[in-house]
Design a protein around this ligand. Structure first.
Ligand code: SF4
Length: 484
């Protein structure tokens, strides 16, 4: 039977749900029975599209230019990745901090009628003329997809004119998927097709590919590398703050793992099929349980099961007295968590270390992996509300206002304006992961709870754009079941 090539659209695989309002127990049972229906919203407040995830995944690569073949507005969200890149350079000791070389072709009405090829050619030529990069990534958009620009053919013809720069088109048209992690897959599919090209290279003993998304802080990178080095591994940390040379080294690895559950998970399957690289896909290493699980997962793949148990025992001995001190400050506090698929479930497991109670969880996607997490969470927490939402802050403010948590862990803008103590879970600037990260995160949550003044003042002086009547309505009233 012919091998089916993965398209990069996450919805193309069965059992993935994007829009849902339910409870932990109900969603677990309905998923098990196969009764979760793919739904939609009759009203929605924007969506994180896959193009931004493709861009953000690669934006810190050295010697690269990033061309967005799109109208200008498509790169608006790039500001977050640009900020991470700039801060990440400072943390890594770079003195002359750079911006990423991001160029937008600025598709307009004329391009829609006559095609965007001239603008793309001009952008590539100018990029090479100005920067002489080793790599140019060309990101498609809704507009270039609707016009039907043949971006592959344009890059192919330009490649012949500019052999010293590798041109890599990435198909991340925003309309293809409502699951933003599809953007990561689109980027990795192109890396395999245009850079690795299915060529096997000599293996390097002990080398591990460690895949990391943009939001991982330098402190977390160092903690993950420290833990893997304790197992005797060498780490190829990619693609964040990486280079063409490090990407070309991917097939030399003995094993792969990822820091995030929805980052490079599909790519690691491809690496196993195309380059015989086994992988570990478990959880995000936030909290004791998840860090242990992540660590044991990769240790098993490289045959270090005995060694990892000795290290885990030592780490537990070191951190458990410190975790107890945090638990004394946080025991019994009720928490609402909002984050990406990897971080939200990991944070829900983390709060158990501190004796906190989960009352609400907002996450973008539900699938087989989420089901494993929910089964675990249902075993340790009482029933809690679950909102499967890519963005949709109007649902979040309704839920937070209704549930009145003691603490909010997640992207904090909206909950902070309701006066709830907040802790950022997507903290790309401070430690979050591994054994050291959980201590930092726990103390940060406790500090926020004991010093709530800033958010209280913020709530007193800011107004959210919703009528009082919205807070009395069902937060899930705009979710319509039965889409396909
Ligand atoms: S690619 Fe499409 S969905 Fe994404 S920002 Fe541009 S127009 Fe919006």
């Amino acid at each position: 039977m012919a091998k089916v090539t993965y398209s990069g659209v996450r919805e193309s695989k069965p059992g993935r749900v994007n829009d849902l309002g339910s409870t932990g127990k109900e969603v677990e049972e309905n998923f098990r029975k196969g009764c979760l229906k793919r739904a939609d919203r009759s009203f929605a407040q924007g969506l994180q599209c896959q193009q931004i995830n493709s861009l953000a995944a690669l934006m810190s690569l050295e010697d690269a230019v990033f061309i967005s073949h799109s109208p200008q507005g498509c790169v608006g969200c790039a500001i977050m990745a640009i900020d991470m890149y700039r801060v990440g350079q400072i943390h890594r000791g770079v003195r002359n901090v750079k911006n990423p070389r991001l160029i937008v072709t600025n598709l307009d009405q004329k391009s829609v009628v006559f095609g965007g090829e001239p603008k793309l050619r001009e952008a590539v030529e100018k990029a090479i003329d100005r920067y002489s990069p080793k790599l140019i990534f060309v990101f498609t958009s809704c507009a270039s997809g609707i016009i039907g620009d043949d971006v592959d053919a344009i890059c192919d013809s330009l490649q012949k004119d500019y052999p010293d720069t590798l041109l890599v088109p990435i198909h991340c048209e925003g309309f293809k998927s409502k699951i933003c992690a599809s953007g990561f897959d689109a980027a990795f599919i192109s890396i395999n097709k245009y850079i690795l090209k299915h060529q096997k290279i000599e293996k390097e003993e002990g080398l591990i590919n460690l895949f990391a998304p943009t939001t991982v802080s330098y402190a977390d990178q160092k903690e993950m590398e420290r833990m893997l080095k304790l197992l005797g591994a060498k780490v190829n940390y990619i693609p964040f703050y990486s280079s063409l040379e490090k990407i070309r080294k991917i097939p030399a690895a003995q094993a792969s793992t990822s820091i995030c559950k929805v980052f490079a998970d599909e790519f690691m399957k491809t690496l196993e099929e195309d380059y015989d690289i086994p992988y570990s896909h478990t959880v995000m290493p936030i909290g004791i349980r998840n860090t242990d699980k992540w660590y044991r997962g990769i240790a098993k793949v490289i045959g270090k099961e005995k060694e990892v148990e000795e290290i885990i025992a030592r780490e537990h001995e070191r951190i458990e007295p410190l975790v107890k001190k945090i638990r004394d400050r946080l025991q019994g506090k009720r928490v609402f968590i909002c984050g990406g698929t990897g971080r939200s479930f990991a944070a829900a497991a983390l709060i158990d270390d501190f004796g906190m109670e989960l009352i609400g969880l907002e996450t973008p996607t539900y699938d087989d992996d989420a089901q494993i997490d929910i089964e675990y969470l249902n075993g340790i927490h009482k029933d809690f509300v679950i909102d499967i939402a890519n963005m949709q802050p109007f649902e979040q403010v309704n839920l937070v206002n209704r549930l009145k948590p003691d603490a909010f862990i997640g992207v904090p803008e909206w909950a902070a304006k309701l006066g709830v103590p907040t802790t950022h879970v997507l903290d790309g600037k401070r430690p979050t992961m591994g054994y050291d990260g959980l201590l930092f995160l726990g103390n940060k949550i406790a500090d926020q709870l004991e010093n709530p003044g800033f958010n209280k003042k913020l709530a007193a002086h800011s107004k959210l754009p919703y009528k009082d009547s919205w807070y009395e309505q069902n937060p899930f009233k705009y979710i319509t079941e039965g889409g396909n």
